[in-house]
Design a protein around this ligand. Sequence first.
Ligand code: AHG
Ligand code: MN
Ligand code: MN
Length: 312
Amino acid sequence: MDHEADAHRTDLMTITRYVLNEQSRYPESRGDFSILLSHIVLGCKFVCTTVNKAGLAKLLGLAGETNVQGEEQKKLDVLSNEVFVKALISSGRTCILVSEEDEEATFVDPSLRGKYCVVFDPLDGSSNIDCGVSIGTIFGIYMVKDKENVTIDDVLQPGKNMLAAGYCMYGSSCMIPKKGKIYSVNEGNAKNWDRPTTKYVEKCKFPDDGSSPKSLRYVGSMVADVHRTLLYGGIFLYPSDKKSPDGKLRVLYEVFPMSFLMEQAGGQSFTGKQRALDLVPTKIHERSPIFLGSYDDVEEIKALYAAEENND
Ligand code: AHG
Ligand code: MN
Ligand code: MN
């Protein structure tokens, strides 16, 4: 038995330990951010155990409601949302919350108010819940401008103003490669794509520069598709199409946090018009087309959109 390797294996670096270690490096800080993160982690842990026992606990299937965006809510969407909202409010560190599942933003009661604004998708990949494919939670954090005067504009800020963003994947420090071998898109929408997206996907399959074709991988849970992209590289696309000119994914709690993480890892994120993190949302459930992933792969799609503009 190798005792050294064994000791290493049991030296667990949990997220809670990581956050506490980081915090202790700044003795002058009040620990508000760590407290907020620990409440997000609490929500993630609850969702994780609930997802694991969903079949047994009769939590699979529809809740019988549709959300503000006309999408069917699953029982787990509703439950996860409730747990996150309650955990975030009770942290005492938040002032405004935007969730995919709630039509309106939640303004925290002044007695429990803190300086952070949290935007989140409590459970991303709902259509994968019932078949056990990876799903996850996505979040982004902004700082309120004036704690005494919290307004909706505090969450209608460009993504580059986010202080932090993250995701937690359920179910079964990264640097992404500069260029990847995978493209990830719902090709069932190809009939309605615009020209640059159509051209790009064609080039993935039939490269004209002598390189090998890319592989297609598409889970249909953004968390899982972006997680793979962070680890293996390549590009994830949810473009606009004739039916959904703004694409499908929501700016505040899907596009921004994932774009933020992609840039932190050395990749890029593009809307078809601009850097995704420069977008300034005008409503909380706004959508945007999105292309994110390895730096060079996103460069290529940017070039195709630029060429399209020059043709017009
Ligand atoms: P949600 O389950 O939170 O509504 O989000 C689903 C999103 C995202 O996870 C994924 O990238 C995309 O929808 C898949 O859409 P298609 O089924 O249209 O491919
Ligand atoms: Mn989602
Ligand atoms: Mn969701």
